[in-house]
Design a protein around this ligand. Structure first.
Ligand SMILES: Cc1ncc(COP(=O)(O)O)c(C=O)c1O
Length: 379
């Protein structure tokens, strides 16, 4: 049976290094903070070019919450987030009493659309959370111009994109950037974990204080903070995996290129109603392929074929965020709404993507040749 992300094969390959690192932590008596966490933070900063401060924490969701707290988000403040992504960016804004404003996405790249961001800016807008969706970099050049013009901050959600790059590395575009070390992420640990990155010394200090109960010194609490820390065992695991990240990303990209070639061939003879188009990756972007996502004209029929071929798949994401019941938009009271009901001034790109996007296995331990053979036999 093919797995969507083959973490057991990865563990098998690095078993010797991982077990040595894990044993050292377990024998050290130091399980929270300490040398492993410090060394990981230094190595992550070095990976990003050296100028960046790295502060690890307990998850990508915590990292987003801490970043928003560092930006002093207040109840009533508005933050622009993409409407097609994982819930966390919008959830964290709402959790802190802010209001997420949902921007549309580009239907081909699936990234936040700068034109839509512009339309949402109003007197209460404080910032933008730009997500590097599926491991491709968001259009930061345009976003930065908008942010500068309107005096907004940018939080870069790179939960799926640590290791991606365009003219610069992902995690260095935002005023604060975050990532997630959830096990299935391109750089994942064996539990929950996350990190924040910033070039700004003042933000870095504030982030450390917020993540440590609002405390800069022992038992003195300057502000209300939270308890969010990466434990030493996860740090040790991540240090091993970081050493292999670039070689794994290279294999992910090779796997994606094989799928791209296959779908080009498939589309050359497929009926328009059965076309399957890979997410467009902008020229010059080195994507992490957190997952390999295609847009299937007829997703239901594609799913039936994947099931018959025993190829695992995931739907990232089945609805635009503003359609989620928690955001309480009146029209959703009767359940999910159809494209026709989705009025023209709403996020039509996000709605379309939620109805057509589907992701295939792509990690460095996936046998994509085998999957393509199966696709050829069933499509
Ligand atoms: C885009 C995005 N942001 C934030 C998160 C949250 O990360 P975590 O699961 O580590 O809290 C995720 C996790 O899937 C994500 O995909």
């Amino acid at each position: 049976m093919i797995s969507f992300v083959n973490l057991t094969a990865q563990r098998e390959k690095y078993r010797f290094e991982l077990e040595k690192a894990e044993r050292e932590v377990l024998d050290s008596g130091c399980y929270i903070g300490g040398p492993q966490v410090q060394a990981l933070e230094k190595e992550l900063s070095e990976y990003l070019g050296g100028k960046i401060h790295t502060i690890t924490c307990a998850s990508g969701t915590d990292a987003l919450t801490i970043a928003l707290m560092a930006m002093d988000l207040r109840p009533g403040d508005e933050v622009i987030v993409p409407d097609f992504t994982f819930i966390a960016p919008a959830e964290c804004v709402a959790l802190l009493g802010g209001t997420p404003q949902f921007a549309d996405i580009d239907q081909e790249t699936l990234q936040i659309a700068p034109e839509s961001v512009k339309e949402l800016i109003g007197p209460h807008t404080k910032g933008i959370i730009a997500v590097n969706l599926f491991g491709q970099c968001a259009p930061f050049k345009d976003l930065r111009e908008i942010a500068t013009e309107h005096k907004l901050w940018i939080i870069e959600d790179s939960a799926q994109a640590f290791g991606a790059r365009t003219n610069q590395m992902a995690c260095t575009f935002g005023d604060i950037a975050i990532t997630s070390f959830y096990p299935s992420k391109p750089l994942g640990c064996y539990g929950d974990g996350g990190a924040l990155f910033t070039e700004n010394e003042e933000f870095a200090q504030k982030i450390r204080i917020i993540a440590n109960h609002g405390s800069a010194g022992r038992y003195r609490h300057e502000i209300i903070g939270m308890n969010s820390r990466l434990d030493a065992l996860q740090a040790a695991v991540l240090r091993v995996k970081l050493r292999h990240l670039d070689e794994e990303l290279a294999v992910r990209r090779q796997n994606a290129a094989k799928y791209d070639a296959y779908f080009t061939e498939y589309n050359s003879t497929a009926a328009a109603s059965e076309k399957i188009v890979p997410q467009k990756i902008e020229t010059g972007c080195k994507c992490t392929y957190a997952q390999y996502t295609v847009l299937a004209e007829n997703r239901e029929s594609f799913i039936e074929k994947l099931k018959a071929a025993e190829i695992p798949y995931c739907i990232h994401y089945p609805a635009p965020l503003q359609e989620q019941p928690c955001f309480n938009i009146p029209v959703t009271l009767c359940g999910m709404i159809t494209t026709e009901e989705w009025s023209a001034n709403r996020t039509t790109g996000a709605k379309w993507a939620s109805e057509h996007a589907i992701s295939l296995p792509v990690c460095a331990f996936t046998n994509v040749d085998e999957i393509i053979e199966k696709l050829k036999a069933h499509l």
